[in-house]
Structure formats: structure tokens, C-alpha cells
Design a protein around this ligand. Sequence first.
Ligand SMILES: [Mn+2]
Length: 266
Amino acid sequence: MHSRVRSLFVSDVHLGTPDCQAGHLLNLLNTTTARQLFLVGDIVDIKAMSSRAYWHPTHTRVLERLLGLANSGTRVVYVPGNHDEEARAFCGAEWRGIEIQRELDYVAVDGSRYRVRHGDELDELGQGKRWLESVGETLYGFSCRLNTWYNSARQRMDLTYSPWSVSMKRRLSKAMEYIQCFEERAMNEARGLLVDGYICGHIHFANIRCADGIAYLNDGDWVEHCTTICELEQGGFELWRCADHSERLATLPSHWWTDSPLSTAA
Ligand SMILES: [Mn+2]
């Protein structure tokens, strides 16, 4: 099925790492026509590649597809993140039809404005970084094997057996706390910037939510969740998961601040 949207927001692709779900992203880019494509950071993981070289032919195909889109009339804007911050040196420039920008304000069909940033900027406003590691650990690492490994390590260190799931729950609640704080910082930033909302990625936790007249839209990632935010031609945002099959996880109707029947199925 082919979809046509006004804008597509994609971030945290992490090309150059084995976890990158390049095939699913290619599928999205091949089945969705967007007037504008916003690449909201951590597209090529230069940071990871500098410590461990990895590349796959599908990663090349993603880059080719992006260049192809920029060449055939799609407005492509690249907002570098913290894993590809080298590209921040080129903000303000254009490269093969791709606009590189540090941040921008996105104006939706209904006239509402959103600050678009990768989101690592928000870590500096709070004590995020430590918890970010813990989010990664928590969301990726769940398995029984981990429990075995964890406890044999504990044994070697003369520590008592502790079920991984207990430690897991503790970590998970801290991860959720971090996500909650991040989302609130983003909304506070938007309020301070006098815009209606914040669009970002970075924490690999897609979400659409509204509070006190401010919207928060996080497009998630392509290393695990395969999620994207889009604005429809007629207005209104949607959060999609596009893996083996596509599903709509949440929506934000246009003019959400007047009548706000926010539906979240995530
Ligand atoms: Mn990031």
C-alpha cells in the first residue's frame, strides 16, 4: 500500500551499526511519498563507527534513496544529532540537495509551530546522560541469558544471586522516569520558545503527547522500534511503526489545542 503524506520525520537510524533496521526503513521510504523529509539526527552513527567499523549494503541503499529523494523534488532537511555531530559543522549549508540545519521551526497545515531538534540538547538541561545509558541497557537487553550471565558475574565478584528481572524492574522504572523527565523538558523548552510543540528523537522512545497546550512528538528510532512521525496532507500527525507490517500507534489531530480528542493506542 502506498501512502502520501505532507511530511515525514525520521531519526536515530544509526547506519553503520549492526542493529540498524535499514531494510524496514527502505520499505517505508519506498512506499511513502512525502513532500518533505526531515532527518532528525543520528542518521549515520559516526560515533559508533569510529570505535567499530560496520557497514551493510542496505545502508548504502538507504543513503542512495535519501539522495534520490532530494534529487527528485522532495525537500530533504538533515538535522544532525549527537552520534553524527561532525555534520553539525555544515549546518546552514546544502549538500547534494539536502539542507543541513542545526534546528528549525516546522509549521503544520493548521498553522501550529514546532521546534525540530535531535533532542540531545535536552540532556544538558537535566542529568540525562547517565539514564540514557540505562534506557539502552534496559530496552535492549532483556533475556534469560542475560540473567545467567549477570549472576555468574555476580558470583565471580562474590555477590549473592539476584534475579535479573528484579534489577530490571528497578532499571525500567528509572528509564521510565528518565523518559518522563525528557518529555517534560522538551515541552518546557517549547513553551519558552513560544512554539506549540517539540519534535525530536534521541531517546529511542516514540511518543505523541500533549500537556497544557504544548505537544510533544518523538519519532523514535530504526534500531529497534522502526517508528516514524508523519503529518498528513490534510493536517494531523500520526506515529507509525513500519516493520513487518505497519500500524498506527498514536495520532494528534489538527487543531488539537481547540478540541483535543487525543487518541493514543501505543
Ligand atoms: Mn542521539
